[in-house]
Ligand binder design. Structure first.
Ligand SMILES: [Zn+2]
Ligand SMILES: [Zn+2]
Length: 134
């Protein structure tokens, strides 16, 4: 199992930037936040992200082209990942649901479709935003 200690300096910096963020970050926002740490080029961010995605510490939100730190990095054994993304405050909740995953797997079996990855993204308002809290 890969732990945070196995990360290179750049990977750790990118992971910290995402862990500290309250909302998903684009690669360019990560770059901006890490300029003081010596990041100069988007490629440095993308290289670090690539590794972090591979080991499951970070997830990519396809619909908004941004990245989030995994909500439960101790369990790298993700099945089907689902994310609820608040369009007002940017908060992201990561969850898994075995029933949804099974239904999708059933469908794929029936249709002889071989999925490589499945990501479910719900976009809307989180509870705090929908009841009008600041
Ligand atoms: Zn995760
Ligand atoms: Zn919200």
């Amino acid at each position: 199992m890969t732990t945070a200690h196995d990360l290179t300096k750049n990977q750790s910096l990118v992971f910290s930037a995402l862990s500290d963020a309250r909302a998903p970050l684009s690669a360019y926002t990560i770059l901006d936040r890490l300029r003081e740490d010596g990041f100069r080029a988007p490629l440095q961010v993308y290289r670090a992200l690539e590794k972090l995605l591979e080991i499951g510490l970070v997830h990519r939100l396809e619909s908004i082209n941004a990245f989030v730190a995994c909500a439960h990095p101790q369990c790298h054994n993700h099945g089907t990942m689902a994310f609820a993304i608040c369009e007002d405050c940017g908060n992201v909740r990561e969850f898994t649901d075995d029933q949804i995953a099974e239904r999708l797997a059933d469908w794929a079996r029936t249709e002889n479709f071989r999925p490589h990855k499945t990501i479910i993204e719900l976009r809307g308002q989180c509870q705090a935003c929908s009841i009008g809290e600041p």
